[in-house]
Design a protein around this ligand. Structure first.
Ligand SMILES: C[S@@+](CC[C@H](N)C(=O)[O-])C[C@H]1O[C@@H](n2cnc3c(N)ncnc32)[C@H](O)[C@@H]1O
Length: 284
């Protein structure tokens, strides 16, 4: 069997399984198992594959993907804002859309020297670690409740040499009490925001991710309400709040922000043109 045969066979199986990015995912699995990036694969297209064990490993991975497991759980990593993050069962895979949140925080915080920043519901740590690397100076806190996610967060912190990220294991509904009022320059979060009733309708690959990373309560708004209610006092006057949201939640969150004294409310869209981020400044 040549690499071309393997590529074509895998590509048609992923396509038949309705996997949208079937071409990209075929190349990614080949790179993961055979260590060939796209260019090397093209060069070696018509070479025979003699390593039967690697072919068996590849077919096992392909089967897992066809059965609905996300590609990133199979390879064990994903890339976010140009850095590699380890992921696996028990932690949400950081999404490309969340990079919009990073861009917004970087542009609104760029004049703050040595900021204190907390990432609530930090998961793999993608947001806290990325901000700590991009801003360099400052103190960064990553708050997360799940044991599995904390394990990945710690691994990612070490792999990315993010020494100024402090992992806080705990429930964001309680740990605000550990900080004095006015401590933070920025509160950032991509919390669970899917309505409980919508969870069973999600794609099989998303359903492999932990329910506690997805479930935002009956109306999907539980975390936003509680973050704004419990954490606003912890923000300095003039501090920034930045939240990843689903487009339909914009108006309700905006009202809540106004109610709690925020101004300069801005939204940002993702590449599909959907409102993905809301941010505001604490004014009192
Ligand atoms: C949507 S995921 C986001 C993960 C990460 N911020 C990202 O963007 O990839 C939400 C995260 O919130 C965590 N979580 C859920 N309830 C929590 C709570 N009460 N306190 C702290 N973390 C919580 C979940 O375990 C999950 O890791």
């Amino acid at each position: 069997m040549t690499y071309r045969d393997l590529y074509n066979e895998a590509k048609s199986e992923l396509k038949a399984a309705n996997i949208e990015a079937y071409e990209y995912e075929t190349s990614a699995l080949i790179e993961y198992i055979f260590g060939l990036n796209k260019t090397s694969l093209i060069i070696r297209y018509d070479d025979n594959i003699y390593n039967e064990a690697l072919i068996r490993d590849f077919l096992k991975c392909l089967k897992r993907r066809i059965c609905g497991e996300p590609l990133q759980y199979i390879t064990g990593y994903t890339d976010f804002y140009g850095r590699r993050f380890f992921v696996g069962k028990g932690v949400l895979i950081p999404r490309f859309d969340t990079e919009v949140l990073i861009d917004e925080v970087l542009s609104r915080l760029n004049k703050t020297e040595n900021p204190n920043v907390i990432d609530l519901c930090s998961g793999s740590g993608a947001i806290a670690i990325t901000l700590s690397k991009e801003l360099e100076n400052g103190a960064f806190y990553a708050a997360e409740l799940s044991d599995d996610a904390c394990r990945y967060l710690d691994m990612n912190k070490r792999a990315n040499s993010a020494q100024n990220v402090n992992l806080i294991k705990g429930d964001i509904f309680n740990i605000h009490q550990n900080f004095e009022n006015g401590f933070f320059d920025a509160i950032v979060s991509n919390p669970p925001y899917i309505k409980t009733s919508e969870i069973p309708t999600l794609d099989a690959a998303v359903l492999c991710e932990p329910k506690m990373a997805l479930d935002g309560g009956e109306d999907g708004m539980m975390f936003y309400r509680e973050i704004i209610r419990k954490w606003t006092d912890k923000l300095k006057k003039g501090g920034l709040i930045a939240l990843e949201i689903d487009e339909g939640q914009q108006n309700a969150i905006e009202k809540q922000l106004v109610l709690f004294g925020y101004t300069e409310i801005k939204t940002q869209k993702d590449l599909q043109g959907l409102t993905r981020v809301i941010s505001a400044i604490k004014n009192q």
